[in-house]
Design a protein around this ligand. Structure first.
Ligand code: HEC
Length: 256
């Protein structure tokens, strides 16, 4: 009984809190997806993350920064050093230090650089987006309750026409799952928009699944290590409980 209680407590402790948080607000309940990374033994799906990164790169990154992710972190998606160098080199950054003549200069990005932001600053980002600021996506699946399911629901939850009696202003869109329903992001993805080389279906739902795998990893890159450490701790505690139990039995049998 004791052992079962310890095990249950530990497993509950390991499950990400975000999964337990139900969606707040006035919208309909957010549908739960069957993520490879949920549960005590969940892991990220590298192929899905690579497809998700492609979506981020080709679509989302024209408005959303991910300042906390560095090119070298892409190793976790299964890319090797040479591939990462090539990916980084497709971008240009302004070097932090001036050159010998004191001039700032541009150079190709290196694996040690962070992802490049699409706008010079927040004001420029707002100006280009009708006054709304596209948030940095580095931590988005953690910043929203039930984040992975929420972002999936958001991307797939647009309605072409708002419900009867509702109106959306110019530059706004109706979304079933966005709090308040009216947001300034046009539907970012539609079927067939991003091409997949591995034969995975190019559907809206699949795109949303894949980009969320990528964003969830971006917000929690150490999840797998944490879970495997947690598992080792459980094994250790079970063995320790077993030892203590036999010690207790021994002591009490001597006492009789
Ligand atoms: C053309 C610009 C643009 C593109 C492309 C774009 N977004 Fe957005 N996004 C925005 C803007 C603007 C907002 C802020 C909307 C608001 O607050 O009304 C936003 C908000 C969001 C939010 C936050 C919603 C919330 O709860 O506050 C998420 C998540 C998001 N975008 C994800 C994505 C993903 C994933 C992609 C790529 C598939 C993407 N966006 C592509 C402009 C864009």
């Amino acid at each position: 009984m004791f052992i079962r209680n310890v095990l249950t407590t530990l497993i509950i402790g390991l499950t990400p809190v975000s999964a337990a948080l139900a969606s707040g607000g006035d919208g309909p309940a957010i549908p739960s997806q069957d993520w490879s990374f949920s549960g005590a033994f969940g892991t990220y799906d590298k192929a899905a993350m690579q497809r998700g990164y492609k979506i981020y790169r080709e679509v989302c990154s024209s408005c959303h920064a991910m300042k906390r992710v560095y090119f070298r972190n892409l190793e976790a998606l299964g890319y090797n050093e040479a591939q990462i160098k090539n990916i980084a080199a497709e971008y240009t950054v302004i070097n932090k230090e001036p050159n010998d003549e004191g001039e700032m200069f541009e150079r190709p990005a290196l694996p040690s650089d962070a992802f490049i932001s699409p706008f010079a600053n927040d004001n420029a980002a707002k100006y280009a987006n009708g006054g709304a600021l596209p948030p940095d996506l580095s931590l988005i699946t953690k910043a929203r309750g039930n984040g992975s399911n929420y972002v999936h629901a958001l991307i797939t939850g647009y309605e072409e026409h708002p419900p009867h009696g509702e109106e959306v202003a110019e530059g706004q869109y109706w979304n079933t799952y966005f709090p308040g329903h009216k947001l300034s992001m046009a539907p970012p993805l539609m079927e067939g928009q991003v091409s997949y080389e591995d034969g995975t279906p190019e559907t809206l739902d699949q795109y949303a699944q894949d980009v969320v795998q990528f964003l969830t990893w971006g917000a929690d890159p150490h999840m797998e290590e944490r879970k495997s450490t947690g598992f080792k701790v459980i094994i250790f505690l079970l063995m320790f409980a077993g030892v203590m139990l036999s010690v207790k039995r021994k002591i009490w049998s001597d006492a009789h």
